[in-house]
Design a protein around this ligand. Structure first.
Ligand code: BTN
Length: 257
């Protein structure tokens, strides 16, 4: 890779997007941690935290997120919930995943959302989303939505370090996309969906991009045919004549065949 990865190149890539505020850290423990601290300190809706490199990236359920200084992309957006959005918390995770899948699809690769928070490319995980809430008493002050993407093969963790097959965008595309250009594309889709997060259109876009629809899956203890989504983000599975709705997973959602 011979990308220009410095803050000037980042500024050039994202300046057409008119972000309210952004911070670039050449090295940071976790962009989610930096965004959580900034959210407590008053970061505006849409504020962006970008890492050159993360040293302690976090994934769902306490897992580690491997970050590569050049071959990966790690960023977090601060969202200030609008009225009613506190009841639709699952949509913030989906927001990141749907935006990523749309960008990958537009680049010509076969991508899908693996419920609840992963992005697959040809069946392998290339990205993950970690949404975390900032509560002040009963009030949801902010949600930070962190996105990690394996752009090039060097970012893919070794098989023994992951519990689901992983790959990079380059594996599908034939080359790694330029980091800040890819970021700008994802931010553009995020900005488009932001005011539409509570809409039926967003739910349909999310559902249409779900991996394994119509297939038999294992979802934690449950098994069944993946039907789609409830409006609150629950995953609908059919087993025999009954429909079961899943809200949390202990492991990964997997196809049974
Ligand atoms: C997962 O796969 O479980 C979610 C991974 C999320 C990783 C991203 S990288 C940017 C942001 N900062 C973090 O510490 N985690 C998220």
């Amino acid at each position: 890779m011979v990308w220009n990865l410095g803050p000037e190149a980042l500024q050039k890539a994202i300046s057409p997007l008119f972000l309210p505020a952004w911070r670039f850290y050449p090295q940071v423990d976790s962009t989610n941690d930096a965004a959580l601290a900034w959210a407590w300190a008053g970061a505006p809706d849409g504020a962006l935290v970008v890492a050159g490199e993360q040293t302690r990236g976090r994934g769902r359920r306490g897992r580690r997120w491997w970050s590569h200084p050049e071959a990966g992309l790690a960023f977090t957006i601060v969202a200030r919930p609008l009225d009613g959005e506190e009841k639709a918390a699952a949509r913030f995770t989906a927001w990141g995943a749907v935006a990523l899948v749309e960008v990958l699809t537009a680049l010509g690769v076969d991508a899908a959302v693996k419920w609840p928070n992963d992005v697959l490319l040809n069946g392998r995980k290339v990205a993950g989303v970690l949404a975390e809430a900032v509560w002040r008493g009963e009030r949801l002050e902010a949600v930070v939505v962190g996105v990690g993407v394996n752009l090039a093969p060097q970012a893919v963790p070794p098989p023994e370090a992951v519990d689901f097959p992983a790959a990079s965008v380059a594996d599908g595309l034939g080359h790694a996309p330029a980091r800040w250009d890819f970021l700008a594309r994802v931010l553009t889709r995020l900005a488009w969906w932001r005011p539409r997060l509570r809409s039926e259109a967003f739910l349909r876009a999310w559902e249409a991009r779900l991996a394994y629809r119509g297939q038999q899956v294992q979802a934690g203890e449950a098994q069944g045919m993946l039907l789609g989504l409830e409006a609150d983000g629950g995953l609908r599975l059919q087993k025999g004549g009954a429909v079961q709705v899943i809200y949390a997973l202990t492991g990964h959602l997997r196809p049974l065949s």
